[in-house]
Design a protein around this ligand. Structure first.
Ligand code: HEC
Length: 181
């Protein structure tokens, strides 16, 4: 009896071990190098380029002929490093000098590594004006309560929206039960 009991436990241990092994493997997936550099670019580099550089290095008359809102030619990488550090006598970038050290460091590290633009990233520059028209950025407004035919059925403004939808589609609403009225 006791032998069978311990034997059962051993089997149970093995079974649980087998069951948990893949879970452990899933919990810590080996992040591919490309993945992590793309993530780093989106987190540390692109937002800084957009906030501090593309105002002058965007689509419209890019300063010095350099765009920083789309993939950067690899041969510009060392010039970017120089301009960020203010080396070589040319104007330091950004000209305002207004770039916090950690942000500058992130850009320098990115450019020094070749100014690689991950293929997975969105290369289309964001059109800020168009983006502002998205409904999520609109102020909350009270919409006009729609006019309906069966006014007697409406007890609150939400009813009016529902009823107007029904009436538009020529659908009828249920009569309220006596207890509801
Ligand atoms: C206020 C406008 C402005 C901002 C903001 C700005 N730049 Fe510039 N940038 C210029 C002008 C103008 C030139 C061309 C004159 C020159 O070469 O100094 C230039 C030139 C450059 C060049 C040299 C291009 C070449 O091919 O010779 C680099 C590299 C550069 N900028 C990088 C940056 C980076 C990186 C940022 C953001 C951190 C930035 N710039 C922000 C105006 C700006």
């Amino acid at each position: 009896m006791s032998y069978r009991f311990t034997h059962f436990h051993r089997l149970l241990f093995i079974a649980v071990g087998i069951a948990l092994a893949p879970a452990a493997a899933v919990a810590a997936p080996p992040a591919s190098v490309a993945d992590s550099s793309a993530r780093q670019f989106e987190r540390d580099v692109r937002p800084v380029l957009l906030a501090s550089c593309t105002g002058c290095h965007g689509k419209q008359s890019p300063a010095g002929g350099l765009r920083l809102d789309v993939p950067v030619p690899a041969d510009k990488a060392s010039e970017i490093v120089k301009r960020l550090n203010g080396d070589g006598g040319a104007a330091k970038m950004p000209p305002s000098g207004n770039l916090a050290a950690p942000k500058r460091d992130a850009l320098v590290a990115w450019a020094a590594a070749g100014a690689h633009w991950p293929a997975s990233s969105i290369t289309k520059p964001i059109d800020a004006k168009a983006a502002q028209k998205h409904w999520a950025f609109q102020p909350v407004r009270m919409p006009a309560v729609p006019k309906v035919k069966a006014k007697a059925w409406v007890r609150n403004p939400i009813d009016a929206f529902i009823l107007s939808g029904l009436e538009k589609r020529d659908l009828s609403h249920r009569q309220r039960r006596a207890a509801e009225i």
